[in-house]
Ligand binder design. Structure first.
Ligand SMILES: [Zn+2]
Length: 114
């Protein structure tokens, strides 16, 4: 199993998100249940371009645990999401991560945008 390079896992509750995901900015995350070794099984990978904390709140009640990391820019968050998508092949990610409108960024792992 590849390493996600993210902080956590934490139980996915509104309280926990506000306790650990401090501030407002772009970032990437993974969501899923914990296995018997308390490791997060990645069901979904994602990112927020502007507010990681707020995005995570959308998934409370849908998944039980999360891991996260802020990124220095929306582009870095996008590239992190791409790596998570390719490393873990999350079952709930039906399609490849998309770019924000107008961005000409490419995936660091595949040629989908070339
Ligand atoms: Zn890709």
């Amino acid at each position: 199993m590849p390493s996600s390079g993210l902080f956590g896992p934490y139980a996915l509750t509104h309280e926990n998100i506000d306790l650990v995901v401090l501030g407002k900015g772009p970032g990437a995350y993974v969501l899923g249940p914990l296995n018997e070794d308390a490791n997060l099984v990645v069901y979904r990978a994602g990112r927020s371009d502007v507010d990681l904390n707020r995005r995570l709140h959308d998934y409370v009640g849908v998944y039980t645990a999360f891991k996260y990391a802020f990124s220095s820019s929306a582009k870095v968050a996008f590239e992190k999401e791409c790596r998570l998508y390719h490393d873990f092949d999350p079952p709930d990610n039906a399609i490849h991560p998309d770019r924000p409108e107008g961005a000409n960024w490419t995936c660091p792992c595949c040629l989908i945008f070339d």
